[in-house]
Design a protein around this ligand. Structure first.
Ligand code: SAH
Length: 353
């Protein structure tokens, strides 16, 4: 992945309401697995990554540079992720105190989709007239959500991603599942979507918002392409909400997020409350949000375990330093969640009729 780069990330003010910083995730996804590699392995790759970074410092200060980095990152890492984790490049949903198996990650990822639909009050069964018929999947990865939603609802879906490799793979998987007449994927920017206004009755963004350097523009594009009455679902990484007397995150929190940004090539983060304010400013209705951090807690440890497996390690070694650097940053995600700095948020709303 491309992401090795960033030593200096210039955080942009997203809008006047969003003061805090963060970055997000792309990378969240690196394979690791069971027998831990030696610490010298990590030391060696770490040193190599640093050396490379010093030779090729890249500043993430312009959307163009960021976009290129994200595209390259996913071009390089998607096949490994798919090989180890399958076609959903997002967290699983693990209900606490339940009887479901916490080791079935594929099921947990599907549960995430189902729970998001339920939270947004989209009927999962029954009244088919209320099912979405035309879906846009903003930041589609290799199209796992689009294919799942299309099959579930008999809907058409269009996915957009910055990564040409992902778009191609997503179309190939759709064809292999006989869904090519219903589902398609293309390279396009979520901040400048190639669709006319009011097209889609479900606007779906599963773990892509964290990549968006301009959250206000991102949300306004989601609202623009939504048809009257459409549901918008955003599932994304946020930082904690600020307290009433706080102007910004604490210095250690900024520092922590900056390290993750450096590893994952991410722009500024915002809080869930920031998203809600942005949706309110667009007069969207039925705005709801919830912190799902407790439901995703088993995810990162599982990804780290898979990355430490033989298959994970060999894949990592083949993948390049950007992916490796991302893998080395994964414990920072766990720590960020544990310290209540990082939040896994769902935010949903409806466009007025
Ligand atoms: N939603 C997918 C993939 C999540 S990974 C899933 O759940 O499986 C994040 C995705 O966001 C990647 O496909 C990446 O290319 C996409 N992305 C990031 N920034 C984007 C942008 N500005 N425009 C379009 N896609 C973007």
């Amino acid at each position: 992945m491309a992401l090795l780069a960033t030593s200096t990330i210039a955080f942009k003010t997203i809008n006047t309401q969003i003061r805090s910083r963060s970055f997000l995730p792309a990378q969240r996804h690196l394979p690791l697995s069971s027998s831990p590699p030696s610490s010298s392995f990590f030391r060696t790759v770490s040193v190599k990554a640093m050396e490379l970074e010093q030779k090729n410092p890249m500043v993430i200060d312009e959307n163009g540079v960021l976009k290129k980095g994200i595209a390259e990152f996913y071009d390089e890492s998607s096949a490994i992720w798919e090989d180890i984790w399958g076609d959903h490049m997002h967290h699983g949903f693990y209900p606490p105190d339940s009887t479901v198996s916490l080791s079935d990650h594929r099921a947990a990822q599907i549960r995430m989709i189902e729970q998001a639909l339920r939270f947004a009050s989209i009927p999962l069964a029954g009244d088919e007239r209320k099912w979405p018929k035309k879906i846009v999947d903003v930041g589609c990865g290799i199209g796992g959500s689009s294919r799942y939603l299309s099959e579930k609802f008999g809907a058409t879906a269009i996915g957009i991603t910055l990564s040409p490799v992902q778009a191609q793979r997503a179309n190939a998987l759709a064809a292999a599942q006989d869904l090519a007449n219903k589902v398609s994927f293309q390279v396009a920017d979520a901040l400048d979507q190639p669709f006319p206004d009011g097209q889609f009755d479900l606007v779906w963004s599963m773990e892509s918002g964290e990549h968006m350097p301009d959250k206000a523009k991102f949300v306004s594009e989601l609202a623009r392409v939504a048809a009257p009455g459409a549901t918008i679902i955003i599932v994304t990484w946020c930082h904690r909400d600020l307290g009433p007397d706080e102007e910004s995150l604490k210095p250690w929190e900024e520092k922590h997020l900056k390290k993750i940004c450096d590893a994952f090539y991410l722009p500024a983060w915002c809080s869930t409350a920031d998203y809600v304010r942005l949706l309110e400013s667009l007069s969207l209705q039925d705005i709801k949000s919830e912190d799902w951090s407790p439901y995703v807690a088993p995810f990162w440890p599982a990804v780290i375990r898979s990355a430490l497996s033989w298959k994970g390690l060999t894949s990592l070694l083949r993948s390049g330093l950007k992916t490796i650097k991302g893998a080395l940053a994964m414990p920072l995600m766990i720590e960020g969640f544990k310290k209540d700095l990082i939040k896994f948020a769902i935010i949903t709303c409806r466009k007025p009729e």
